[in-house]
Design a protein around this ligand. Structure first.
Ligand code: 8YV
Length: 320
């Protein structure tokens, strides 16, 4: 079976897959073009894409091509046109759960960095601009005891809530179309807010945990940002398209936001100019799951889906 990895993966996973299948690695470590990806559908049985591969209906094409499985390296799959895959008879799998802790850790990292102005402090020291300790220098805001509002309440949101509550004594509220299971909310003492507006008006920190795609596109725009508390902080480790970045830049300059911290952008690796010009936003290059352990676990999870497919067994993590 011919398997294509569109990017280089941790070596242990590449070795694991290469020992079992005829594996091609995308050698130059840059994203493949749409034309290359489309050609891959006729040359491989399985394609293992990442978030940097835009697999739209044009690339996927019609039924009858060689590739019958997309084993995605990652949990989010908004870069894949799922309806087109269904139509073309292409199965899709993802890698849930294994990146939950790493992504929740990064959400907390971003929250603390934004609250404590860590990026500003680091830039000042490196520029040789630090003139010494003084009582009012770079005052941020406390995290401990504040209210954290989670938009979406899946695995990563709940893991973030646990860290915030157990480690920082934060009060947890969430907004989600579906009520979370009783055990999850009880353990976190989390309160479900009836509306997004109510969550935004209540929270000192708002962390986004909804999937990307058309349903959540621009979910946080000017109107939503205007409802946030004065000096609130927005954290996004989900998908860039969830936030309108022009509106965000305005809310960071003119209020009500004190700060924001972002790991994701609508058109990565482009970062909106308006944000690059601001001091009160922490900007990370999509590092949510970027630990050795997690990326290896993600690869092994994708590999498990490839192996199940090869043996005709049910996929462990089916999306389609
Ligand atoms: C991954 C992510 O690094 O899994 C996801 O959905 O956003 C990231 O943690 C990326 O998707 C790899 O393809």
């Amino acid at each position: 079976m011919k398997v294509l990895l569109t990017r280089r993966w941790p070596k242990a996973v590449e070795d694991h897959l290469s020992a079992r299948f005829d594996v091609t690695l995308n050698k130059d470590d840059t994203p493949m073009s749409a034309a290359e990806l489309s050609a891959a559908f006729d040359a491989y049985d399985v394609i293992c894409p990442t978030v940097s591969d835009k697999l739209d209906a044009g690339v996927i094409g019609e039924a009858g091509r060689r590739a019958k499985l997309l084993a995605n390296f990652g949990v989010g799959f908004d870069h894949i046109d799922i309806a087109a895959c269904e139509k073309a008879g292409v199965k899709v799998a993802n890698t849930p759960s294994v990146l939950t802790d790493a992504t929740a850790d990064l959400a907390m990292t971003l929250m603390l960095m934004a609250a404590r102005r860590a990026g500003e402090g680091e830039r000042e020291v490196r520029a040789g601009a630090w003139t010494g300790w003084r009582p009012t220098h770079l005052l941020g805001r406390s995290v401990t005891g504040k209210t954290l509002g989670l938009v979406g309440f899946g695995r990563i949101a709940q893991a973030t809530a646990k860290r915030a509550r157990d480690g920082f004594g934060m009060t947890i509220v969430y907004f989600s179309r579906r009520a979370a299971p009783e055990e999850a909310t009880r353990a976190l003492d989390a309160k479900r807010m009836e509306t997004l507006d109510a969550l935004l008006a209540t929270s000192d920190f708002v962390s986004l945990h909804v999937p990307g795609g058309t349903e959540t596109q621009n979910m946080i725009g000017a109107a939503e940002l205007a409802r946030m508390k004065p000096d609130a902080v927005l954290i996004n480790t989900a998908r860039g398209g969830v936030v309108n970045h022009d509106a965000l830049a305005t809310a960071l300059k003119e209020g009500p936001l004190a700060a924001a911290a972002l790991d994701v952008y609508p058109q990565e690796p482009k970062v909106p100019e308006a944000l690059l010009a601001l001091e009160n936003v922490v900007l990370m290059p999509h590092l949510g799951s970027a630990t050795e352990e997690t990326r290896t676990a993600m690869g092994m999870r994708a590999a498990a889906n490839v192996e199940a497919f090869a043996s005709g067994a049910a996929l462990p993590d089916p999306v389609v």
